[in-house]
Design a protein. Structure first.
Length: 663
């Protein structure tokens, strides 16, 4: 080693000694760095806590020890999940004298009964951190265990036991575990559990294991039209029932879905390696969706089990094409098969490996082979047992293949054409339409992936494109040019429009005939719409000037009396409908909390279908034909100086309708 390394001015080491080294004990690492364990502290992470506890209850059901699970959302953002399984052990743990096994599991990382495979053949909890992380990130946790006809309980706060385990007395008719917890506001702020999200989670778990009954309860103050106070889920058909509900009345390429189950082959010791269940359908004119699960845990990013299913379906259709003399079938790709399909896959395997603690992606190498082997034979029979059915699906997939190859050829021609050196780039989040021109194409700009997902299912694929954006975009009126140019959301908008910005903006090059801002019918939605209108006015003025910009008008309420339903845009419209259409009738009023809570059929009917929707065209009013006057007003309301906004509000306060304030 060179002596040069040690030359130079000596640095003081007084601020870095043994006292600088921290040793985090117990659950303190979880509270310090929650993102390492649940991916962050946002809404998704908050609901991950619920999933962790529910997964434990489901593991008891899959193992054959529980038949019923209860999920209860209570006042104060408190959630309780109970099962009638074996109950967490409560005796003293051999490695922790003086501590019950219950306390060890709740307050020690990497503790649990799922490492050896003796207690659970397959399970969703793997690392022994799930329920302890929930405990660490909750201000109040209480666990009750009914075991050996005796009831025990222990309470915790922020990961620390508030006292030893208590024996509460005999309970001859009760068994299992109940975990009740309230997420800590120091970690999650004022975020609240979303009832519709928990309701959907509970229902999906019941689909994933046909032998379990899941009971849902929700306090009346948190219930809504889509979230009842009580419900019971039990689906003997498993994923096939789930698929049937999701398809609804939509017409599909094949009259029957491709659905089934298969036990994985036994290993050398004669033990089953698990089970695979699938349900697939191909609705007409649909963007489709995919749902992947491993041991009842959702894996939204797919993984090796997804690869196995894709391989089985692709190879099966290629072989069927060869059987029917369709030579071009050899060019079918997995994307040709999956696009437009409603596909669900659930696997139960021993010792699965995930990409992270949040389990978004399965990485177990053997899962691909197991799933492909289990599904392929069933799919071959599905295609050949009814040749007309097989040919119908093959024809639909080959249409997508032909379209893909045509577009590929066009791209190659464009690359080779010297006069067309500029390559068209589109943002990855954009779901484009297939139509071109004719005054009918539309781009809907929607807030968030949830609303984007509903909009994709509700749209007309030929004429309507969807671009989700993430919350409130940059306020371009108060941002520097450098900040605008560096913003990814702004870049995505510019790429999707294709017409240039500012002085280079030319509406003749706009890729769509109508640009429609579609946000929630609430204050936050109005704020986002205002930011987007400011963006178009400043960055793409010709789009506004030529009348291409619109505001969608989603409803805020759904009014129902008997079999008749109507939608209301706002409170005034609601009052009008109650006075005219429903006068004298008992009316049930449901309030939509956002576009993501509307099902695709409702969104299509009320907001997206040209036959039934209403749009507001954004134009420059006659008194502001001079763009400089409009710019002055925009700068007042959206610019950097808050004093201008304050003065504007003060000067216009008298013009606000007093009835609107009272409402």
């Amino acid at each position: 080693m060179s002596d040069d390394l040690f030359e130079g001015t000596p640095a003081s080491s007084g601020d870095y000694d043994s006292s600088s080294i921290e040793v985090l004990e117990g659950l303190e690492p979880v509270r310090r760095r929650p993102g390492m364990y649940i991916g962050g502290t946002d809404d998704r992470a908050l609901h991950h806590l619920a999933a962790e506890v529910l997964d434990n209850a489901m593991d008891e059901a899959v193992a054959g020890h529980a038949t019923r699970i209860e999920v209860s959302l209570e006042e104060g953002n408190r959630l309780s999940i109970a099962d009638n399984g074996r109950g967490i052990p409560v005796d003293e743990h051999p490695k922790f004298p003086g501590k019950s096994t219950l306390e060890v599991i709740l307050s020690t990382l990497h503790s649990g009964g799922k490492f050896s495979g003796k207690a659970y053949a397959t399970s969703g909890g793997l690392h022994g951190v799930g329920v302890s992380v929930v405990n660490a990130l909750s201000s109040d946790t209480r666990v009750e265990v009914a075991r050996d006809k005796t009831l025990y309980a222990q309470s915790f706060s922020k990961g620390e036991a508030l006292g030893p385990i208590e024996e509460l007395g005999p309970t001859p008719n009760r068994r299992g575990t109940t975990v009740s917890f309230t997420p800590d506001t120091e970690i999650f702020g004022d975020r609240q559990f979303k009832p519709h999200r928990l309701f959907k989670l509970a229902r999906s778990k019941a689909y994933l294991f046909a032998g379990v009954e899941i009971r849902w309860k929700c306090v009346e103050s948190l219930s809504s039209e889509d979230v009842p106070t009580e419900a019971t889920f039990k689906f003997p058909g498993g994923l096939a029932d789930h698929l049937a509900e999701q398809i609804g009345t939509r017409e599909c390429v094949t009259a029957e879905p491709f659905a089934g189950t298969q036990e994985f082959p036994e290993d050398d010791s004669g033990t089953s390696q698990g089970r695979v269940e699938w349900a697939c359908a191909w609705p007409l004119y649909s963007d489709g969706s995919t749902s992947w699960y491993c041991n009842t845990v959702p894996t939204p990013d797919g993984g090796t089990h997804e690869q196995g299913l894709r391989a089985a379906l692709t190879k099966g259709l290629r072989a069927f094409g060869e059987l029917t003399g369709t030579k071009k079938a050899k060019d079918i790709s997995a994307d040709d098969v999956m696009t437009g399909g409603e596909v669900m896959l659930s696997v139960f395997i021993r010792d699965p490996q995930f990409q992270s603690q949040t389990k978004d992606r399965l990485t177990s190498p053997e899962a691909a082979r197991l799933v492909e082997n289990a599904v392929r034979d069933h799919f071959d029979h599905f295609l050949t047992d009814n040749m007309d059915r097989g040919k119908a699906l093959l024809g639909e997939v080959m249409e997508r293949m032909d379209e893909r190859l045509r577009r590929k050829q066009e791209r190659e021609v464009k690359r080779k054409t010297a006069t067309n050196a500029k390559k068209l780039r589109l943002p990855g989040k954009l779901t484009d339409c297939s139509g071109e021109g004719d005054g009918e194409t539309e781009l809907f700009i929607v807030e968030g992936d949830s609303a984007g997902g509903s909009a994709k299912q509700a749209r007309n694929r030929k004429t309507q494109a969807i671009l989700p954006i993430r919350g409130k975009i940059l306020n371009v009126a108060s941002a520097t040019v450098e900040k605008i140019n560096a913003n990814s959301e702004i870049a995505d908008l510019a790429l999707a429009m294709g017409c240039g910005t500012r002085k280079d903006c030319d509406a003749e090059n706009l890729r769509y005939d109508r640009i429609i801002i579609m946000t929630d019918a609430d204050v936050d939605g109005a704020h986002i719409a205002t930011l987007l209108m400011t963006f178009f006015f400043q960055e793409m003025p010709d789009v506004v000037r030529k009348g291409h910009l619109f505001l969608a008008q989603p409803p805020l309420y759904r009014l129902t009396a008997g079999k008749e339903s109507r939608y209301a845009r706002d409170d005034a419209h609601r009052a009008e409908l109650e006075e005219t259409v429903f006068k004298g009738k008992k009316v049930e009023v449901g309030r939509f909390k956002g576009l993501g809570e509307m099902n695709p059929a409702q969104l299509r009917e009320t907001t997206m279908s040209p036959e039934t929707r209403g749009l507001i065209r954004i134009t420059l009013p006659p008194e502001f034909e001079d763009r400089a006057a409009v710019k002055e007003l925009v700068d007042q309301l959206m610019g950097r100086n808050p004093e201008h906004r304050f003065n504007f509000i003060q000067n216009r306060a008298g013009e606000v309708d007093r009835d609107m304030i009272d409402a």
